[in-house]
Design a protein around this ligand. Sequence first.
Ligand code: MG
Length: 288
Amino acid sequence: MSTKFEQIVTKESKLEKIATGFVFTEGPVWDAKIKCLFFSDIPANIMRKWSSTKGIEIYRQPSGKSNGLTIDKQGRLIACEHANRRVSRTEKDGTVITIADKYEGKKLNSPNDVVVKSDGSIYFTDPPYGLTAEFGNLGEQELPFQGVYRLSTDGKLTLLIDDFDKPNGLAFSPDESLLYIDDTDRAHVRVFNVNADGTISNGRVFAELKGEEPGAVDGMKIDSEGNVYVTGPGGIHIFDPSGEKLGRIDVPEVAANLAWGDDWKTLYITASTSLYRIKLGIKGIEVP
Ligand code: MG
């Protein structure tokens, strides 16, 4: 175990289960304005929130079988919705609007995870996991690929890349010069250069996640020093910016996604039926 790993997962770091009894949890995001964590329970068709003062509350039901969530620069909730095959935004008055549901006239597969760049553009992945009755609605793919997209602030949807098998978690490096995107079926993470116009280029394999234990390459986030955290067999695998594996946070259930909150050193983990948290030694990248 490296010294660098011990700076992240310190002697004081302890994994704590803070809520349980869900079906399959995903998409955590911390809302600093109201000090609560939003997260999805996909098959239950419920979006919940958790706070230290009120515990678990239902936020939205039905949720469109939401998956990945984030918050944009104006503080609005952005949700990938499997059942509605769209990315939605919750306006200040509570209205939920569609911001992306088609590419070149064809329905998206089922948007999975999403991140907002500092210029306000929205990047999301579109694998077909939501085309089943359990995780979305039974349906057919209309697009012949599983894309990664960029939605500009003026509403233009650009296909960034179409050669993934199952694109899933995605995250920018701290200076946003790099975009990391993982591929669940290939069990690896690719990294791309982010061009001035927001497109991506020069993709190369950054890390491979192997292991016999349960767990898939799914959610991914990056800390303030550029270390990459990705779910995989046995828990959360942590890599330094060069791709060297530093270690793993063991999680007793299958971890699907993660997000920092509170003081931005507390990592929340959605793992199957439960919500966990662990205090780390390095801050994550803050969400507005
Ligand atoms: Mg995912």
